[in-house]
Design a protein around this ligand. Structure first.
Ligand SMILES: [Zn+2]
Ligand SMILES: [Zn+2]
Length: 184
């Protein structure tokens, strides 16, 4: 479990208790960054705030770049990579490697959850299931392991919404291409 990552933070808004439903609305202040040993630069503040306020909790460096640019802030990708790595090392962000080679970051609330990832559009959903957690621990115990961490990720495709529509349109286009090819 990743619960330990959020421990020992001074400002205390990272809960150690596993959280299922509560949503933490946080606002990192320049002082918070100073307390964590960071100089409160504009890129650092804006990046952490983006993670705190974005509806998509999981973002790649490129997505962070694009969002900040949409907000009129042109921070170079190299800076974004560097800040994300610093935040990850300080325990403010968690880094995941889902199916792609691109790291996905999310804010570290200190509560464990698992993920479902769409292989087409990259959408990430979170879930927590006490039964699955329990079974995993039992299985590990049965193999004489003490679990300290785990990452469970389900891969699939969005079954509804824009992504699903786009995929079925693509499939139709491919079918009609094939049918055309067969005729000649
Ligand atoms: Zn999708
Ligand atoms: Zn997550």
């Amino acid at each position: 479990m990743r619960l330990s990552i959020g421990m020992g933070l001074k400002n205390g808004y990272y809960s150690r208790t596993p959280c299922r439903t509560r949503f933490f609305q946080m606002t990192t202040t320049p002082q918070d960054l100073n307390d964590r040993g960071f100089k409160a630069t504009l890129p650092r503040l804006r990046i952490i705030r983006l993670f705190e306020t974005s509806r998509d909790r999981h973002m790649t460096a490129e997505e962070v770049y694009r969002r900040l640019k949409e907000d009129g802030l042109d921070i170079g990708l190299a800076t974004i990579y560097r800040v994300l790595t610093q935040f990850e090392q300080a325990g403010l962000l968690l880094r995941h490697h889902f199916e792609s080679d691109k790291a996905v970051y999310e804010i570290n609330h200190g509560h464990h959850h698992d993920h479902i990832v769409c292989l087409h559009c990259g959408k990430v959903e979170e879930f927590f299931d006490a039964e699955i957690e329990k079974r995993q621990n039992e299985i590990a115990q049965g193999k004489n392991f003490e679990v300290v961490d785990h990452a469970l990720c389900l891969y699939g495709y969005c079954a509804t919404g824009v992504c699903a529509e786009q995929r079925s349109a693509d499939a139709e286009a491919e079918e009609s291409e094939k049918a055309k090819g067969a005729r000649f």
